[in-house]
Design a protein around this ligand. Structure first.
Ligand code: PLP
Length: 381
């Protein structure tokens, strides 16, 4: 059995260091906002070059905190892609604002700049104030941030980069979490940098915004704990999770390199059989997922069947774009439609990707996928 993501192998590799870090927390007993939280925030800034990192309870709250710091409210429209995890859009109506869905670009899994522009016009046509855009770095590959920033500036929108899947990725050497007025990430266990529970962070170049985020994450506190200067929430990163993340961050650069090697090997072996992920020049993906496209839904489902029969983990991220989900179908979209999102949902599938994937196991995955297409009549066994 080869899992889609093997966290057990990673734990074995790091177990001693993680246990020592957990013991450290048990020894000092400062479970809420203990010293490891500030240490981890400093380590995040050192690794990414971000000016400010504000840790919080999860990647969804990270998005919510950024929207709260921007005072997003009823009457505001926030543009986001439809082909993403629900959390990207979910935070928008939870503050009374309206999501407007845009398409992904052909050849990429990320926000299409032209569709973004049409979605802004559609929001205005509906009498909404386009306030922000949330590009997503899907599967670990950064969105076209320079182009999105240009359009956002011209339209007077703030950029919140949803880097939940791209912590460790970069554009021309610049980390994905340093784009936008805010960038958010998640430390959910299966993300590139994962903890052993929930965790997240917001990054911002602005000291003023960082102060607001620190207030919002602790009930809108002012200078003192029982000073409430704004309506906030409770969204702290656990001290224990910060301790685990400090240990994991030390090993992370090597893991990013291992993921890149594995991705390159997949691409070399599978490019003549499937449509492999395209990473534009200057970008580095962190390969949160390695996602192939089949010719059709039938072909995709057959590949999934062959992998399953061979005991190989695979998954479809995402089987239905958000604008087709019952909870989101009522919101506006780019009036030109979202054909690339629909097409991706029908044809994508993700295959095993984690730093501890051995060459032998990777060869097994490749062999099953190549056999499937070189002899299409052969049934999976
Ligand atoms: C995982 C994820 C989130 C939410 O992160 P959680 O820590 O699970 O709350 C948000 N956006 C995207 C694109 C994600 O993949």
């Amino acid at each position: 059995m080869i899992p889609l993501i093997d966290l057990a192998a990673q734990q074995t590799r790091m177990r001693a260091g993680i246990e020592a870090r957990i013991r450290g927390v048990l020894d000092h007993g400062r479970y809420i906002h203990g010293p490891e939280v500030a240490q981890f925030e400093a380590a995040l800034c050192a690794y990414t070059g971000a000016a400010h990192a504000v840790a919080c309870a999860n990647g969804t709250d990270a998005l919510l905190l950024a929207l709260m710091a921007l005072q997003i409210r009823t009457g505001d429209a926030v543009i986001c892609p439809s082909f993403t995890f629900a959390a990207t859009a979910e935070v928008i109506p939870s503050l009374g604002a309206t999501p407007v869905f845009a398409d992904i670009a052909e050849g990429s899994f990320n926000l299409c700049p032209e569709s973004f522009t049409r979605a802004v016009a559609e929001a205005r046509r509906r009498g909404l104030r386009p306030a922000a855009v949330i590009p997503v770095d899907l599967f670990g590959c950064p969105a076209d941030q320079p182009r999105i920033a240009e359009i956002a500036a011209a339209e007077n929108l703030t950029v919140i980069a949803d880097a939940a899947q791209s912590f460790g990725a970069s554009i021309d050497g610049r980390h994905s979490v340093t784009f936008g007025a805010f960038a958010t990430t998640s430390f959910f266990p299966a993300k590139p940098l994962g903890c052993y529970g929930d965790g997240g962070a917001v990054f911002t170049p602005s000291a003023e915004h960082a102060d607001m985020l620190r207030s919002y994450r602790v009930h809108g506190k002012g200078r003192e704990k029982y000073d409430n200067v704004r309506i906030g929430m409770n969204s702290r990163l656990d001290t224990l999770q910060a301790a685990i993340l400090l240990e994991k961050l030390a090993a992370f650069p090597d893991e990013v390199a291992a993921r890149a090697r594995i991705a390159d090997r997949y691409t070399a072996a599978l490019a003549d059989h499937y449509r492999v992920p395209e990473v534009p020049a200057g970008l580095r993906s962190v390969w949160a997922q390695y996602t192939l496209r089949a010719e059709s839904r039938t072909e995709r489902d057959a590949a999934l069947g062959a992998l399953k029969a061979a005991g190989i983990g695979a998954a479809v991220y995402y089987p239905l774009p958000l604008h087709r989900q019952p909870a989101y179908a009522g919101f506006a979209t780019d009036p030109a439609g979202l054909p690339q999102s629909d097409r991706a949902a029908e044809t994508v599938f993700s295959i095993p990707m984690f730093p501890d994937l051995t060459p032998d196991n990777q060869d097994r995955v490749i062999e099953v996928l190549r056999a499937r297409l070189s002899d299409p009549l052969k049934e999976p066994q």
